[in-house]
Design a protein around this ligand. Sequence first.
Ligand code: DSN
Length: 423
Amino acid sequence: MHQPPISQIDSTDPEIAQLIHDEARRQAEKMRLIPSENYVSLAVLEACGTVLTNKYSEGYPGKRYYEGQQVIDQIESLAIERARALFGVDHANVQPYSGSPANLAVYLAFAQPGDTVMGMALPMGGHLTHGAGVAVGGRWFHAVQYGVRRDTGRVDLDEVRDLALKERPKIIFAGGTAIPRTIDFPAFAAIAAEAGAVLIADIAHIAGLIAGGAHPSPVGYAPVITTTTHKTLRGPRGAMIMTDAAHASAIDRAVFPGLQGGPHNHTTAAIAVALKEAAQPSFRAYAAQVVANAAALASALLARGYDLISGGTDNHLLLVDLTSKGIGGKPAAKALDRAGIELNFNTVPFDQRRPFDPSGIRLGTPAITTRGLTEQHMPQLAAWMDDAITAATKDDEAALDHIAAEIRDLLAAYPTPGWSPNP
Ligand code: DSN
């Protein structure tokens, strides 16, 4: 049963309704370890499904290009105030449609096409929008990229500094999508100041950890902070850009009218709801548990001989090089999915294989922690992963199906918000 109900879709569009039912069951029965995913609360789900989707509101509270903003202005103002209070920033723009448009707004605000920009290379753990050659940042700008050290798997801050001083980028991104270690925002800030660059902290993956006090904050170091709202922060699909006072109007102009039209007001309301949830004491406990679970899972995998990039994790995320296990990341991820363990194949630093068939897998604990799993479950999870990877190397599909059944049995005791198998 869905909550909020989808009885109208059931009667008017049974095909789509059935697919929503199927996806809800899949999310309930799988050990969801994709580190950028989560389960939002019922309140966030409800906000996403309201009449707020009917309204256009180009502009910002008090300065709109359409009438009828008496209520929408209040909703967006609340979302802004909650973001400011939660993260301790001067200014928040809650309108970016998602993380990629948020980062595109940063380019628009602080660089001209052809300018030098700098970010972490995608195969090293960075993000597509931080200067990768296939995306706008790499195609319209002169993007220079830093990585991690081969011996430690950690960001090489000497390389970052050397590159920044040599290339003098207009902007430097700190952050990424496959970084298992604490990001040293003070060090990045010192480098950016020396190089004359604007430091952009992309905290998409760790926003919930920062809000919950489980990762150091970039506030006071990075004048511009971009984040999605749906990863560890556990809100709806969306994004925010937070700034100090000096960079606020450049970002606001870049988001609208520079890049986007009307904000998605149902999403804005859901972001506001999620920000209120993230300000509760229970969210601090959640953030700490996400990190504790990841550490416990890392220990259990290390004990089974797995090669973790950087040797472990400080946050919610683990990056595993499967080379020593004799299997590529992609066949491993597919086998694990069949075994009820959902994660993604991923490049590892200095990967010798191709990006679509890389050596690693990436996983994390935000979603399973929301369901209530704790450190005590992590040795069993590591054992299931290990068994599934062994089964994959032997094409033992029966073993994979057996693990999937065991996982379904365990997870039945940990409900998902928004859906239950009972009619
Ligand atoms: N797709 C997101 C992730 O999985 O990390 C980044 O945008």
